[in-house]
Design a protein. Sequence first.
Length: 287
Amino acid sequence: MFWTARVRGFCGRRRGHVLGLLLSLFAIASVAAVEDYIVGANDVLNITVFEQPQLTGRYIVQADGTFTFPLLGRLKAGGLSMQALENELRDRLVKGGFLKQPQVGVSVEQYRSQQIFVMGEVRQPGSLQFTGSMSIIEALARAGSTTEHAGTDAVILRSPNGRAPADAAAIERAQNAKDSDVVRVNLQNLQGALAQNVELRPGDTIFVPRAESVFVSGQVRTAGEYVIRKGMTVRQVLTLAGGVTERGSTRRIQIIRSVNGVDTTIGATLQDTVRAGDTIVVREGFF
């Protein structure tokens, strides 16, 4: 009974840590823009010039990276950091003779130019607006956290073209491409080790693979699919399934395993190690 509780506890804690950790740490993650955020097309800026209400307002960066500012006309913002844009506005107002010592502040109201992509075993896969400063924990939390079928690792793909892979096959190719920068993160290790909470870059794709699992059927209390960890035995998997029923026999266990694309039935004992994709069948005993 104690051993059974420990195995069940392991799987429960595993899912609880991966799902709960993201939500709890998201509460302390900052979404404020940083000064080195690079402005891009379609971003919406709030520009404040102290004691100059006619200059203070909301400005949309156009597709060519420019916007129109009173007195100064068309200005380039795309490719500039927040601090650089503030300096540019301040210098032009002074050089144009409009103001002597203007105090200028720039912030981003809406981040539209840069995105992060989240794919795989998350509840709300898709694109997220990059908010100037975003970590992997924050991105996963904003995607609704991981599903119950998520593995313990996530992969961050940094493609040179900033585009998200179209599907799982494209993700696999991207991981092996010479021009891709790949970062692997163990989500469980993030707990108590925030130094591993990777800071994301615009265009990053986060992929959370499906966890390895097996299927259990036959004379067990709760048949179904179960997430496994490396080295797990038949005994441990059957414990996750609630154990063998009164009609079942631990001496009549079979594993259906794909070998070179062909399903093969193998006689198994409680000590045998399972593999991802196995189907464990517990047959009735002889009475």
